[in-house]
Design a protein around this ligand. Structure first.
Ligand SMILES: NC(=O)c1ccc[n+]([C@@H]2O[C@H](COP(=O)([O-])OP(=O)(O)OC[C@H]3O[C@@H](n4cnc5c(N)ncnc54)[C@H](OP(=O)(O)O)[C@@H]3O)[C@@H](O)[C@H]2O)c1
Length: 278
């Protein structure tokens, strides 16, 4: 009989979210079946399944909500990750933690490398950085994958930037903030890249955005091009959309020490043409 692979023996937290929709292996848990803020529950579920791999996706990902409810942000993103890392250590599982470009302060001109030192500027980034420290401190067998500006999940799950733009394509003008740069990440590509890193037995921190460092304006222009929309793209100040609770770094772009991720334009075209076809 064939030996089960590490993927057959995986447990996923927060599997009902955008990125979880691309994971087609392992035991899927969600907020109802496994609340990561509850250490006893995390230890119990991991004790029952004894996974060899834990992919920890569960998080409070609403950046403004984190700023508004600081206790909740740290409870889910920092304490929740500490709980999962503790369980991984007890059952002897490798842990994959999905982190964020928001751990950086955003003042660097060039894209951030894995060698750059985190200095988060908002509660979301800081709570996710605490999560990184917990994983590094508790487990040797870990992967920390930093991503940025995720798109994925299609019309039913995507509530982020790309989905918001796709919903405005019949407008005459699309307004977009001009001075923000990042590394858009297609959830499907992240999961494929993560599988490869696991298969290769890698550990440590990796940046896993799609290749390139566009501005928000570049992304909107590319969406307009891909879809053939007649909308005009207008660059505006952040204040155009009202005040936001959380500081948004100007530069969230990253390079990676591995070249597993295709260019963002290719990934975006694939996403729109496969998952948003009417
Ligand atoms: N989306 C991005 O742009 C982005 C960028 C950088 C990093 N990341 C990281 O990527 C990972 C996956 O994000 P995603 O884009 O898939 O986000 P998502 O769609 O918001 O999914 C997160 C999931 O976590 C669940 N969750 C929240 N609190 C929980 C708790 N206490 N216990 C268990 N589950 C809980 C949520 O369930 P409910 O909705 O039912 O609460 C949701 O299904 C996160 O760690 C996030 O920080 C995302």
């Amino acid at each position: 009989m064939k030996e089960p692979s590490i993927f057959d023996q995986a447990l996923i937290t927060g599997a009902d979210g955008m990125i979880g929709s691309y994971i087609d292996f392992g035991i899927r848990t969600n907020h109802r079946s496994l609340d990561v803020t509850n250490l006893a529950e995390v230890l119990k579920v991991c004790g029952i399944h004894k996974p060899k791999l834990i992919i920890h996706l569960a998080a409070e990902t609403d950046v403004d909500h984190c700023e508004h409810d600081v206790t909740h942000a740290y409870q889910v993103n920092a304490v929740g990750t500490y709980n999962v890392a503790t369980a991984a250590r007890i059952v002897g599982a490798k842990m994959v933690y999905i982190s964020t470009s928001s751990v950086f302060n955003g003042t660097k001109i060039e894209p951030y490398t894995e060698e750059d030192v985190p200095a988060p500027q908002n509660i979301y980034g800081n709570s996710k950085y605490f999560g990184e420290l917990a994983v590094m401190g508790i487990l040797r067998e870990h992967l920390i994958l930093r991503i940025c500006w995720v798109f994925g999940g299609g019309p039913s799950k995507d509530q982020k930037f790309v989905a918001k733009i796709l919903e405005q394509l019949d407008q005459p003008v699309i307004n977009v903030v001009g001075n923000k740069r990042g590394s858009p990440t297609y959830g499907k590509d992240l999961v494929a890249g993560m599988r490869r890193l696991i298969e290769e037995g890698r550990t440590g921190v990796y940046h896993m955005g799609n290749f390139g460092s566009p501005t928000r304006v570049d992304i909107v222009k590319e969406i307009v091009r891909i879809t053939g929309s007649n909308a005009k793209v207008k660059e505006v100040e952040s204040s155009f959309f009202g005040t936001s609770n959380a500081h948004r770094p100007s530069n969230e772009s990253m390079t990676s020490k591995v070249s597993y991720m295709r260019p963002w334009q290719e990934a975006l075209r694939d996403y729109i043409e496969t998952e948003w076809k009417k």
